[in-house]
Design a protein around this ligand. Structure first.
Ligand code: FMN
Length: 213
């Protein structure tokens, strides 16, 4: 068992850099691109892994990791099963939040906004670009449903592969999170971290403010 005093000793003093309005890009998408490139250069494992938070209509939240598969000035794209827990929550409540934490760089990004499904054509393009095993996996798994056993899943996977000619299931595809707020966090010493919040004001213009750590 980990005792409390050990947890108390677990603390990093962040000294790797800083982030100021003077060196922030006016567009949060350019800023994201810069930090994402830095994360790739730093050889972080799955730098595109991000925590996606959704909530029920009543506001009960849930989070899980998904992979960022594309981004543009419109938003941030990931792929999943539309009938999964997250899919059902997004159907009833399109507000969502993404969080990326790159420990080696002492950086965190929080992206808030509204989620839409991407076009079926774009989901097709991505689905058919995936390895066959991943296509079969997506076509096999009733994501987030209760299943009877691991054996059941593996049998269904083999059946899907044997049938061949795998089509993208209609309930599998992409979502885009269209942000209205993006916060960039950079760890600093003594917990006096840098936090810059971009908020969409109008016509895709963004204002930047500094937040207290
Ligand atoms: C590193 C990592 C990447 C993942 N990427 C995805 C993904 O891109 N899409 C996805 O549906 N699930 C992904 N998962 C699995 C999800 O975290 C989650 O278990 C699954 O989507 C079911 O979530 P839900 O029941 O909340 O809908 C990933 C998990 C990890 C740890």
């Amino acid at each position: 068992m980990i005792i409390e005093s050990e947890l108390n000793k677990m603390r990093e003093n962040y000294e790797k850099g800083n982030f100021n309005i003077e060196n922030a890009y006016p567009s949060p998408f350019n800023q994201f691109e810069k930090w994402f490139e830095d994360a790739k250069q730093a050889k972080i494992i799955e730098p595109n892994a991000m925590v996606l938070s959704t909530a029920t209509k009543n506001g009960m939240p849930s989070s899980r990791v998904v992979l960022l598969k594309g981004y543009s000035e419109k938003g941030f794209i990931f792929f999943t099963n539309y009938n999964s827990r997250k899919g059902k929550e997004l159907f009833n409540n399109p507000y969502a939040c993404l969080n990326l934490w790159w420990g080696q760089l002492e950086r965190q990004i929080r992206i808030e906004g509204i989620i839409e499904k991407i076009d079926a054509k774009e989901s097709d393009e991505y689905f058919y670009s995936r390895p066959l095993g991943s296509q079969a996996g997506a076509a096999t798994s009733p994501q987030s449903e209760k299943i009877e056993s691991r054996e059941w899943l593996e049998k269904k996977f083999i059946e899907t592969q044997l049938k061949g000619n795998i089509k993208r299931p209609e309930n599998w595809g992409g979502y885009i999170l269209i942000p209205n707020k993006i916060e960039f966090w950079h760890g600093r010493t003594n917990r006096l971290h840098d936090r810059l919040l971009y908020t969409m004001i109008e016509n895709e213009k963004w204002k930047i403010v500094r937040l207290a750590p």
